[in-house]
Design a protein around this ligand. Structure first.
Ligand SMILES: *Cc1c(COP(=O)(O)O)cnc(C)c1O
Length: 353
């Protein structure tokens, strides 16, 4: 298979329409105190929570290309639906603000929106001016139906809405191939070689990093930890490989990513998606207390608990180097304040009474 240079990969990516939304490259930060706390395995954090768009995260990188495509199609507003604490929706709303477009969100009226209301990501969506319709999860109309109705109304008013879909997932994969390219260059500048690149992912983020690794000939083990338990690991890996190969085709790269290149692990997903767990909270605590880096409780804390477990059990050995990709999500922390305080027993002292 033809290995290509960093410049060739960068050139291939530059053929796609793109808008300027983020500060790149994001830092690759050495974490010596965290590494020491884990017994010596060298851990660096690729800080994609610092992309700069409304608290940052992996969707900001993706939105450079998604909004590039939306603009190329002449869209003037965006429609997107996900969980009520969606990081995607928050970064999409911020990108809309920057591009002078309107965001129409159709989040699920889920457990989180019932428990904390307009808090965390949903609070930021509201502040940034998104038009928000909470959709009941059972009975009534689906998110897709609600989106179609909003789109039709907007079209009748003379607008051109863009509803996010599968092609956006391929564009997001391209964005993460570029992140992989950055990691490759940053490691080279530090004179380091990574054995592992680990992250919270169940789709495009891992696909893009794996595509970059394969294209550039980097010998990284690219491991994704998804944020929910159960599911079929083989099917998830097959889907991630498919996304990577669709992105390769779009970029005209002569590379094939195989399912075995993209192991994806569900063991650290806790009880369910969006439910915090002890191991995830402990991972958040350890990285914050050793390096001052904050992880989120839904995705990245759970993924880091997987990496910590791999290191402690020797699955990742002491003499290895691990790049952990921080995909963002930190505003969700505030939508889980009660559960986190209860789980970890945090308290403050009070004087003067
Ligand atoms: C969306 C999201 C992910 C997963 O990204 P994929 O590309 O879908 O794998 C991981 N972490 C955070 C914080 C996210 O918001």
């Amino acid at each position: 298979m033809a290995k290509i240079s960093v410049n060739q990969l960068r050139e291939a990516i530059s053929t796609l329409p793109r808008v300027k939304l983020v500060y790149l490259p994001t830092p690759l930060e050495d974490c010596p105190r965290f590494s020491e706390a884990l017994g010596g395995t060298h851990v660096l954090v690729k800080r994609d929570e610092l992309t700069g768009l409304a608290f940052g995260g992996n969707k900001s990188r993706k939105h450079q290309f998604i909004f590039g495509e939306a603009k190329a199609q002449g869209a003037d507003c965006m429609i997107h639906g996900a969980a009520s604490q969606s990081n995607y929706s928050r970064q999409l709303t911020a990108a809309c603000a920057k591009m002078g477009m309107k965001a129409y969100l159709t989040p699920q009226r889920d457990q989180r929106s019932e428990v904390v209301g307009i808090q965390g990501n949903l609070l930021l969506d509201a502040i940034m001016g998104a038009d928000i319709t909470l959709v009941k999860t059972e009975g009534g109309k689906s998110q897709g139906q609600v989106q179609q109705e909003i789109a039709e109304e907007l079209r009748n008013q003379g607008h051109k809405p863009y509803i996010t879909g599968h092609y956006d997932a391929v564009l997001g994969t391209v964005a993460y191939a570029e992140c992989g390219l950055e990691i490759y260059e940053q490691l080279e500048a530090l004179g380091l070689k990574a054995d592992y690149v680990c992250m919270a992912s169940g789709s495009g983020t891992q696909a893009g990093i794996a595509l970059a690794a394969k294209s550039l000939g980097a010998e990284w083990k690219v491991i994704g930890f998804r944020p929910s338990p159960g599911g079929d690991n083989a099917a998830v890996s097959a889907n991630i490989a498919k996304l990577a190969n669709e992105a390769a085709e779009l970029l005209k790269l002569n590379v094939a990513v195989e399912p075995e290149d993209v192991p994806n692990i569900s063991d650290y997903g806790g009880e369910a998606y969006g439910i915090i767990n002890r191991a995830g909270c402990e991972a958040i605590e350890l990285l914050s207390r050793t390096e001052g880096i904050i992880l989120d409780p839904v995705y990245v804390g759970k993924a880091m608990s997987g990496v910590i477990d791999y290191i402690r059990t020797g699955e990742i050995e002491k003499d290895r180097t691990v790049v952990f990709l921080h995909t963002g999500g930190t505003p969700a922390l505030f939508a889980y304040n009660k559960e986190i305080v209860d789980e970890m027993g945090y308290s403050v002292k009070i004087v003067g009474e």
